[in-house]
Write a protein that binds this ligand. Structure first.
Ligand SMILES: CC(C)(COP(=O)(O)OP(=O)(O)OC[C@H]1O[C@@H](n2cnc3c(N)ncnc32)[C@H](O)[C@@H]1OP(=O)(O)O)[C@@H](O)C(=O)NCCC(=O)NCCS
Length: 194
């Protein structure tokens, strides 16, 4: 594994969370999350240990290339690793790419405490204020109401005209259709000032 310290990764702190570089020890609890049918309910398949590790490798490669990515999330004093929250460039080609997406995946035991929106707001701030992005998007299957709720709580909005078929989901699969939420820098500035 590439040593995270080889790339200068900025940590983000919130009231309750530390968004930090990935560590080797995160791989095991991350693989457990990715094999949990509750966490993966709205994804086409559970991930094997190898597939889970490959997604960590992709996260590290993204940090190495762009200096940001999905951070490992820690609850200081309570849990070393509860999932990820962060920003990345999706590699699919569709009507709104290239773009930067925000996303999250947390272990089931930590749901319902507002951690995803808390970490997401810090990620938005980083994206708009440090990276200088003009817009950040998020996408999910329409049935993923929890994730859509997080998008709404952080101020993102959906336009039905942006709905799209995810190019990596097989035709005819129930998760093929996706909704897109957007947040523009100007709207972020307004929300952040409230
Ligand atoms: C999506 C996820 C990150 C949310 O994290 P979280 O820290 O639990 O988020 P919150 O604490 O804000 O709770 C989610 C919100 O969804 C609401 N919610 C929960 N279940 C819901 C349901 N079945 N229908 C509608 N809303 C629901 C909660 O009430 C809460 O909103 P509220 O604060 O207005 O009451 C977490 O559920 C998760 O990791 N899911 C699996 C991975 C995933 O789907 N990732 C996103 C892929 S796009």
């Amino acid at each position: 594994m590439k040593e995270p310290d080889a790339v200068k990764i900025q940590e983000l702190r919130t009231e309750r969370l530390r968004l930090r570089p990935w560590r080797e020890e995160d791989r095991e609890p991350f693989a457990r999350m990715n094999a949990d049918p509750r966490v993966m309910e709205h994804f086409p398949a559970l991930l094997s240990r190898e597939e889970s590790d490959a997604s960590v490798d992709r996260a590290l490669a993204h940090f190495a290339q762009y200096g940001f990515g999905v951070w490992a999330v820690e609850l200081p004093g309570e849990a070393e690793f509860i999932g990820y929250i962060g920003l990345w460039h999706p590699t699919i080609e569709t009507h709104f790419t290239p773009c930067v997406e925000i996303g999250w995946r947390l272990a089931y035991e930590y749901w319902g405490r507002g951690y995803a929106p808390e970490g997401a707001r810090a990620s938005l701030r980083f994206g708009f204020e440090q990276l200088g992005l003009e817009e950040i998007v998020s996408m999910t299957a329409p049935v993923n109401l929890r994730s859509r709720r997080v998008m709404e709580k952080i101020g993102m909005t959906r336009n039905e005209a942006d709905d799209f078929d995810h190019p990596r989901v097989p035709d005819g699969h129930p998760l093929k259709r996706h909704v897109l939420y957007r947040l523009k820098r100007s709207d972020w500035a307004r929300i952040a000032a409230q």
